[in-house]
Design a protein around this ligand. Structure first.
Ligand code: TXA
Ligand code: MG
Length: 358
């Protein structure tokens, strides 16, 4: 099995050598762990798709060093074709890159150095500058940027610890660097910048729409699922799914209508082990008496009513539910948190794609 190693200078040198040689390395970022390869080497990028069983139509995010994250540097390194941005679009990109390093991915006109495989043949490229000292230390050792999708098997739960990467990918990666548990816990906010400067939200994240709009100095549009506006090829499919059937409840167990309660009873009476995702310790405590099943495990996402804490713990809690080997998993709905950061939008998005309706 490939090793999990602490981020010592020696281990970072070793990781850089492996990456330069076209190998894959499990990499901590502030959002989730990535599986990294040289973004400019098609053979290395092909190994990412193979390791994740990722469909080849789903493009990768290119991670750059903070030293090479300005618009001029992205142009000079051939990653972005800045010529295809109008002056006002370029000004918006410059303002947005001020949020780097951080959990923000910008989809921009693709430059000549980026291989087809990295962008799945699109004429845009997704760029992000991660805010994690280990990721930056590694990027700083390399001449090339790193392609790094979340280090889970395609469709699985994103990893937030080095051990998760090991559990997902085993020796499909040459090594995993342990940077501790991820601070944010949800993947970066992805936005597309049109040549005219239109900013479209492709994937909500912990950097919310209001902050984005303030940064960009204008409105942030929603992606149109019917086509027309820019879209993210990886966003349509189901994702983050545990192995057991995982149902979204329309209300907390204690608040279900009589009809919904009857439907839940019917499902749960056939299941001897049930896992439930709850949003507070009080909710978790009240769940078992609402269910007929012999064994009920209710896990709380936050103890402080804090959406950032819930975000940090969402994927590790989904993993814990998955590990129960339950016959049925249930999720109570995300509450209307006092949420000035707007993180609940991202939480609802992830949960919606992990579950099916009751
Ligand atoms: O926080 C993150 O972004 C993490 C860490 C490891 O950096 N990475 C991550 O990568 O979440 P991944 O591959 O799991 O998700 C990337 C998303 C996918 O939905 C993909 O379709 C979209 O970004 N994407 C990448 N390039 C794109 C492009 N050129 N146009 C539209 N969407 C793109
Ligand atoms: Mg992913």
């Amino acid at each position: 099995m490939s090793p999990i190693l602490p981020p010592t200078e020696t281990n970072l040198d070793r990781a850089a050598d492996l990456l330069q040689g076209g190998q894959l390395v499990g990499l901590p970022t502030e959002t989730v762990y990535g599986v990294a390869a040289n973004a400019l080497d098609p053979a290395a990028v092909a190994r990412i798709y193979a390791a994740k069983d990722r469909p080849s139509f789903n493009p990768l995010i290119v991670h750059v060093s903070a030293k090479r994250s300005t618009v001029e540097a992205l142009e000079r390194s051939g990653l972005v074709d800045v010529e295809r941005l109008s002056p006002s679009a370029r000004a918006i990109v410059e303002r947005l890159t001020e949020r780097w390093p951080g959990p923000l991915t910008l989809v921009l006109p693709r430059g000549p150095k980026v291989p087809d495989l990295t962008t799945a043949g699109l004429d845009t490229v997704a760029i992000r500058c991660p805010d994690h000292p280990v990721a930056q230390a590694l990027l700083g050792r390399l001449d090339s940027p790193l392609a790094a999708p979340s280090a889970n098997r395609s469709g699985g739960i994103s990893p937030t610890t080095a051990q998760d990467v090991h559990d997902e990918l085993g020796d499909r990666v040459a090594m995993v660097i342990d940077g501790g548990p991820c601070e944010e816990g949800l993947e970066s906010t992805v936005v597309h910048i049109g040549h005219d400067g239109a900013v479209t939200l492709l994937r909500p994240g912990t950097l919310d729409r209001a902050s984005l709009s303030a940064l960009a100095g204008g409105p942030v549009l929603d992606a149109d699922p019917q086509g027309g506006s820019p879209r993210s090829p990886g966003m349509g499919s189901r994702h983050y799914a545990p192995r057991s059937p995982f149902l979204a409840l329309p209300a907390r167990c204690v608040d279900l209508s009589a009809a919904d309660r009857a439907r839940l009873y019917e499902r749960a009476s056939k299941a001897s082990v049930v896992g439930v995702l709850c949003w507070s310790a009080q909710d978790a405590a009240s769940v078992p008496r609402c269910l007929p099943s012999a064994e009920v495990h209710a896990l709380a996402l936050t103890h402080l009513g804090d959406p950032q804490e819930a975000a940090r713990r969402l994927f590790s809690t989904l993993r814990a539910l998955d590990a129960l080997g339950a016959d049925l998993l249930l999720a109570e709905p995300c509450p209307p948190f006092a949420d000035p950061q707007g993180v609940a939008h991202a939480l609802r998005d992830r949960l919606q794609r992990a579950t099916q309706p009751l």
